[in-house]
Design a protein around this ligand. Structure first.
Ligand SMILES: NC(=O)c1ccc[n+]([C@@H]2O[C@H](COP(=O)([O-])OP(=O)(O)OC[C@H]3O[C@@H](n4cnc5c(N)ncnc54)[C@H](O)[C@@H]3O)[C@@H](O)[C@H]2O)c1
Length: 263
């Protein structure tokens, strides 16, 4: 019997899928019979994830490109339309981080983070709407953050971009509400990935603490479950939001945060 959560014959594009949360989502969608285009600015990392998916009898291909570049976005979306004539699921996941106090935050890093975390999802959403409308079915899932709902010292560009991504989610949800398309954001809390490892080091330097003290004092002290999340926990939520069962959920920003935030 087919599980209702299986997404047969669907196609998905997952950005930043060469690592961490994106890799977990790509593997989870492939596990439930979705063809996945595994995108990452590091093509070797994307290829390694594709190898794992194929070894588990899933279907996937890798593609490189910088999702903040409009020409690369066109190339990425055209590749999926060219091979499968449809794009059902877009997961805007690619991410970067830079930590510095607001007064000395470099403008170049501001532009870099806004480009990857906000302009990229905007460009990709623009590019997939027409093919999704053509099939009257679509799922756009933006990987935002608890930092889309609360500020954190040292993360001015990241918090600004993630708040903006929730705004993009809401507008896109309203403009597609009668088209069979849903648009939602997932707001992860602290998930153990390479991005967080580096962020912990940078925050430790900024606060003059050790990495362990930063984890304990800056994060775990305010996380009710006192733990970091596993990327698979975010992937499970993405799989559900991508299913037919979740068709009534749109315009939401859903926390998967070990209780970190409750609004
Ligand atoms: N790890 C966490 O605790 C956490 C919490 C909340 C939100 N998030 C969000 O989850 C997403 C994934 O983060 P992660 O922790 O898995 O990070 P990660 O560093 O493990 O993975 C991010 C991936 O994005 C890719 N990437 C970077 N710039 C790109 C670009 N211009 N084009 C295409 N790909 C690009 C990187 O190469 C990398 O493989 C990010 O949007 C991040 O902000 C993470």
């Amino acid at each position: 019997m087919t599980s209702p959560a299986v997404l047969p014959s669907r196609t998905a594009l997952v950005t930043g899928a060469g690592s961490g949360i994106g890799a977990a989502i790509a593997e989870e969608l492939a596990r439930v019979d979705t063809y996945v285009l595994v995108q990452d600015v590091r093509p070797d990392a994307a290829s390694a994830v594709v190898e794992r998916i194929r070894a588990a009898r899933g279907a996937a291909d890798a593609i490189g490109g910088d999702i903040s570049d409009p020409d690369d976005v066109r190339t990425i979306v055209d590749a999926l339309i060219g091979s499968h004539d449809q794009i059902d699921i877009l997961i805007n996941n690619a991410g970067v981080q830079h930590v510095a106090p607001l007064e000395s935050f470099p403008l170049a890093q501001w532009h870099r983070l806004l480009g990857v975390l906000l302009t990229g999802p905007f460009l990709l959403t623009q590019a997939v709407l027409q093919p999704m409308r053509r099939h009257h079915w679509g799922r756009i899932i933006n990987i935002a953050s608890v930092n889309g709902k609360r500020g954190d010292p040292g993360k001015v560009a990241y918090c600004s971009a993630k708040h903006g991504l929730i705004g993009l989610t809401r507008v896109a949800a309203l403009e597609t509400a009668t088209d069979g398309i849903t648009v939602n954001a997932i707001c992860p809390g602290l998930v153990y990935t390479p991005l967080i490892e580096k962020q912990l080091d940078d925050l430790a330097a900024m606060h003059g603490l050790t990495r362990d003290d930063t984890l304990a004092q800056v994060y775990l002290s305010s996380i009710p479950q006192k733990r970091m999340l596993d990327p698979q926990e975010i992937a499970a939520m993405a799989r559900y939001l991508a299913s037919d069962e979740a068709r009534g959920i749109t315009g939401q920003a859903i926390n998967v945060s070990a209780g970190f935030i409750m609004h």
